[in-house]
Design a protein around this ligand. Structure first.
Ligand code: PEP
Ligand code: MN
Length: 346
């Protein structure tokens, strides 16, 4: 029996089905009290039918004109799966796109520390060809004794950086009590690795009218990441970017172990864009560029990079930060590589 309205069946319309035939199926589903979700794909139109299995079983779905196939959705994730939406999703913020052919460079300070540090970094990443600007205001720190971020003061600085550069801002939301303030400043809401399974927070951003950048928890499986994304999508917000940022293993030479295999798996399983954060994954500035290039080659839709004008003085994650010069070089390399792969940096 279906629980909590999970989509149970995929109704695949024939490639020659008319819009009227699709409407007819939708009307029958509605009459029966079954919710439906339509995806008009390049190849064909697919309807996800959401309702009790027993109720769905009473409908003669296969007999409706234009219906080619009726299939159960077998994966535990539904709305985010490729089965339900075969075409890749593009996240477009003010014309700056990530997903499908568009490869994105998200770059900026790990943490907003002070106005000049952030503005200088924002100018540098803009010059380097960044798509979106990152910057933490509320920081999830392992130790309660380290810098926790400037909070609302940082949001004011990020707003100024966006006004000056035109770059959409990605910043992390840690607490539902900050949702209004963060939504006011952010173009994209980041859910950090530590909060990947904070289900209340996921539902909160699922009700927001802004894209969500969801980072993989360091101990979370790929399936758990997809289920976390499903929590967001289920509330109505399907503008989600997934981010691989390294997982915990026995290896000690890098901060985490960058799991690039997950990128290829995710690209297979979901229509959502998948990006890689080589900064947090490796914790080493010398490994950021090679892993960013590898991410692009592995099929990622973008990378997220920490940048600081003076990494040795950074209050957070200095060892993994690129300088403005280094991000300029990386931006040029990625743009050339992405171009060669037919994936413009937008
Ligand atoms: C970050 O991107 O600012 C961050 C804290 O990363 P993560 O959540 O992946 O640790
Ligand atoms: Mn960091």
């Amino acid at each position: 029996m279906a629980t909590n309205g999970s989509p149970e069946l995929l109704i695949v319309m024939a490639s020659g089905a008319t819009p009227d035939q699709t409407e007819h199926v939708l009307a029958r589903l509605q009459e029966a009290g079954v919710d439906a979700r339509v995806t008009r794909g390049r190849e064909s139109t697919v309807i996800g039918a959401i309702g009790e299995r027993e109720l769905l079983a009473t409908l003669p779905l296969e007999g409706y004109p234009g219906v080619e196939q009726v299939l159960p959705i077998l994966k535990p994730y539904k709305l985010v799966s490729r089965e339900v939406s075969p075409d890749p999703t593009i996240i477009d913020v003010d014309g700056r796109k990530i997903g499908d052919q568009f490869f994105g460079l998200i770059a900026g300070p790990c943490t907003v520390e002070y106005r000049e540090q952030t503005l200088e970094t924002a100018r540098a990443v803009n010059e380097a060809g960044a798509t979106w600007l990152r910057g933490g205001a509320f920081k999830p720190r392992t130790s309660p004794y380290t810098f926790q971020g400037l909070g609302e003061e940082a949001l004011v600085i990020l707003r100024e950086a966006r006004e000056e550069t035109g770059l959409p801002v990605v910043t992390e939301l840690m607490d539902p009590r900050h949702v209004e303030a963060v939504l006011d400043a952010a173009d994209v809401i980041q859910i950090g690795a530590r909060n990947m399974q904070n289900f209340m927070l996921l539902a909160e951003v699922g009700r927001a009218d802004k894209p969500v950048l969801l980072k993989r928890g360091p101990s979370a499986s790929v399936e758990e990441l997809l289920m976390a994304a499903e929590y967001v999508a289920r509330e109505g917000n399907e503008r989600i970017v997934l981010c691989e940022r390294g997982i915990k293993t026995f290896e000690r030479t890098t901060r985490y172990t960058l799991d690039l295999g997950s990128v290829a798996v995710l690209k297979h399983e979901t229509h959502l864009p998948v990006i890689v954060d080589p900064s947090h994954a490796t914790g080493r500035h010398d490994l950021v560029a090679p892993m960013a290039r590898a991410a692009l080659a592995a099929g990622a839709d973008g990378v997220m990079i920490d940048v600081h004008p003076h990494p040795s003085e950074a209050l957070c994650d200095g060892p993994q930060a690129l300088t403005p010069d280094e991000v300029a070089t990386l931006g040029a390399e990625l743009s050339a590589l992405a171009g060669a792969l037919g994936r413009p940096m937008a």
